[in-house]
Design a protein around this ligand. Structure first.
Ligand SMILES: [Zn+2]
Ligand SMILES: [Zn+2]
Length: 308
């Protein structure tokens, strides 16, 4: 930041700039994609309470009870361990790892299964990254993520409720799980155009915000990588980890072949339905066309060749 480096422009390319432009670049915040972020965010926020209340009050307790009953079936009644701060910290950590795993599985499925990709594509149709892009989702994605969260937290809660006969709470900061709070701070920067790049060894354990920049890139080498929310553990296990170089070029979006179909709020809202219709009637797959570096360079060459 001191030297004016580390901020990307709307093309996903690092450039040196003045402080104001560094923090709030005009080309990003006036981009049509940033405007669509706002409307998708408003729409999604209006519906989110419905999913959260409905799924956390059903999936949550059912999962927790099922885990407790299963453990009782396997090992008998609760060992009624005594809770202390170490256990509370462990509970907070297990909760986060459990959440990250379920997040990874859902996200992986959304990338690999065409029917689900049609929904998740809306998140990836963002051509620039702004903090609101975090909530840029199709309204049908809301219940999927909320159901996954409810399941993962209840799964960890069930195990610890069994071990401590219900007598344990997580170690928290401001009401959030200790580790969720710490990692949540960095997660907030995943969709900011400024790169927060970690050393290579740390990126092998925790997703740096810069690693999510590559997740949003339509280059083939970046496509379908870095799917977890917090740690790099599951991406390593499933071979989807990609640690970018500092200032790596990351053109954002779903690729030039289909990007024009996902520019407005309306296009993004009807997008999945149109894709499903095409899949049923024409057998089309909604997978977007990622480009190789050579194709992207050729495309940029052609763009600059056009006389102004
Ligand atoms: Zn994704
Ligand atoms: Zn994202």
């Amino acid at each position: 930041m001191y030297s004016g480096h580390g901020s990307k422009n709307s093309k996903g390319r690092e450039r040196k700039t003045t402080l104001f432009e560094f923090l709030l670049p005009k080309d990003i915040y006036t981009h049509v994609s940033a405007r669509v972020d706002i409307w998708l965010w408003v729409f999604e926020r209006c519906l989110r309470p419905l999913w959260v209340v409905a799924l956390f009050s059903t999936v949550g307790p059912i999962t927790e009870q099922a885990v407790i009953s299963f453990l009782e079936f396997l090992f008998g009644s609760s060992p009624e361990l005594e809770s202390n701060f170490f256990w509370m910290l462990l509970y907070a950590l297990m909760s986060l790892l459990c959440y990250d795993f379920i997040f990874f599985i859902i996200h992986y499925a959304m990338h690999k299964i065409p029917v689900l990709w049609a929904i998740h594509k809306v998140h990836h149709s963002a051509e620039v990254l702004t903090p609101l892009t975090r909530s840029r989702e199709h309204f049908l994605a809301g219940p999927i993520w909320a159901g996954g969260s409810a399941f993962s937290f209840a799964f960890a809660a069930g195990i610890f409720a069994y071990l401590f006969n219900g007598g344990i709470t997580q170690a928290t900061i401001l009401g959030a799980g200790f580790f969720s709070f710490i990692f949540g701070l960095t997660g907030a920067f995943r969709h900011y155009h400024v790169q927060f790049h970690y050393p290579h060894w740390l990126s092998q354990w925790i997703q740096s915000p810069a690693m999510h920049h590559t997740h949003h890139s339509y280059l083939k080498k970046h496509w379908d990588t870095n799917m977890a929310a917090v740690t790099s553990i599951y991406d390593r296990m499933f071979g989807t980890l990609y640690i970018p170089e500092k200032d790596e070029y990351t053109p954002w979006g779903i690729g030039p072949q289909t990007q024009h179909e996902y520019r407005s709020f309306w296009q993004n809202t009807v997008g999945p339905f149109r894709d499903w219709h095409r899949m049923i009637n024409k057998g089309d797959s909604p997978q977007a066309g990622a480009l190789s570096i050579a194709e992207e360079e050729k495309r940029n060459q052609n763009i600059t060749d056009v006389p102004l």
